[in-house]
Design a protein around this ligand. Structure first.
Ligand code: SF4
Length: 385
């Protein structure tokens, strides 16, 4: 994390470096400042905990402002990190060769710089952004990916796996809607034929179409055989929050839930996932993408008038992922659920505020060329000269 300075992190939350005793200034002002400081502390925590193994924190001692060099202080949040977790390296000196190497790295990965017109256009786009779980996850994975995918919405070709995933989702949606409408469970063929017709609409070569048709048919056959006994006519699919106008402290949010099923005391909310279930389980651990997505759904369900109306105020009590392909290591379907605490919701709200704050400042830096880049559709754009 670069720029861990007083100027970047503490200024809005704490304007006084020496705190005044309560009573000297109005309690209201102190409370407001403390609240702001707490917000910034949470943002700092969220940024810090993106690291999986280790995080480097740096701050410059001087900054340049209006052609003047000014001294800068480290952020107060740096001092709050327990000493035993830190490995301080205060004096950094580099050889000329190292500096040249570093310089070339920065040249390869320039920060986006926008002229005044671009900035004003981007700010218009930013003002229209409605944050979804995918948008938040994209930003936290790589701000530049969010920029391409969620802000300027560069057109992309769908990969053949994504095309198959989308056709499977569409087939399940039509199947459950048909069951809901007629109250008679449709046969397996209704599901597989719908999958076939959805896949035909995807832009695939003949070879890719045949390959994905066979794989998708096998997935849906196995899924139907394993779970059709438990299918319910009351299941609702593709529940969309987009017309609800939900916001968190003025930040608009939205999302779409794949499947909602009534339970005795509440509702089970499910997201379908195609792809490797074993890899997917990693993403369900605390602080990772699927976990954040389910907590996000809880925030939406609890705040949505449409959801409350449609399900007669029944709360969302179960949040789970259904992996539609069997786990390769276990040879069976995995349907893990997540317990969502109030602290989890506070953490995801902090994620939402962090992303909102960063995009408002037009911070869309690339990550270091690392693992997510290998599967990213914007690889050539980012790394090929
Ligand atoms: S290629 Fe890497 S840096 Fe570029 S948008 Fe994708 S994840 Fe981000």
């Amino acid at each position: 994390m670069i720029r861990c300075t007083h100027n970047s992190w503490d200024k809005a939350g704490r304007i006084d470096n020496i705190s005044l005793p309560r009573g000297l200034v109005s309690a209201e002002i102190i409370d407001e400042n403390l609240e702001l400081e707490e917000d910034h502390r949470r943002l700092f925590y969220v940024a810090l905990t993106r690291a999986k193994k280790m995080v480097h924190l740096s701050h410059a001692r001087f900054r340049s402002e209006q052609n003047k060099v000014r001294e800068d202080l480290p952020s107060i949040f740096l001092n709050e990190i327990p000493e035993n977790l830190l490995q301080k390296n205060l004096e950094v000196s580099r050889t000329d060769q190292e500096l040249t190497e570093l310089e070339s790295l920065f040249l390869l990965s320039p920060e986006p710089s926008f002229n005044a017109d671009e900035e004003s256009f981007l700010k218009t786009l930013v003002n229209r952004v409605i944050l979804s779980p995918t948008a938040i996850n994209n930003y936290l994975t790589c701000p530049r990916k969010f920029f391409y995918q969620n802000l300027i919405r560069l057109p992309q070709a769908r990969s053949k796996s994504a095309a198959m995933g989308s056709a499977i989702h569409a087939a399940l949606d039509r199947y459950f809607k048909e069951y809901h409408r007629k109250k008679i469970k449709p046969a397996k063929e209704f599901l597989t034929l719908n999958f076939q017709s959805s896949l035909q609409r995807e832009l695939l070569t003949e070879k890719d179409y045949k390959e994905k048709l066979e794989i998708g048919m096998n997935i849906l056959n196995d899924y139907f055989d394993a779970f059709s006994e438990q299918f319910s006519a009351d299941t609702v699919t593709e529940f969309d929050f987009k017309r609800d106008g939900i916001n968190i402290d003025g930040i608009p949010i939205t999302g779409k839930i794949d499947k909602i099923e009534p339970l005795e005391n509440g509702l089970a909310v499910t997201d379908f996932k195609t792809g490797n279930a074993d890899g997917g389980m990693q993403k369900l651990t605390h602080g990772n993408d699927y976990w954040r997505q389910l907590v996000f759904y809880k925030l939406l369900c609890d705040r949505s008038p449409q959801f409350k109306r449609q399900f007669q105020d029944r709360p969302m009590t179960v949040a789970k992922i259904e992996f539609l392909e069997k786990s390769r290591s276990k040879g069976q379907f995995l349907c893990p659920s997540v317990n969502i605490s109030a602290a989890d919701q506070t953490e995801v709200i902090a994620n939402i505020k962090f992303v909102h704050d960063q995009i408002a400042q037009l911070n869309f830096e690339k990550i270091d060329k690392s693992e997510p880049c290998n599967h990213c559709p914007f690889y050539d754009l980012c790394w090929k000269k």
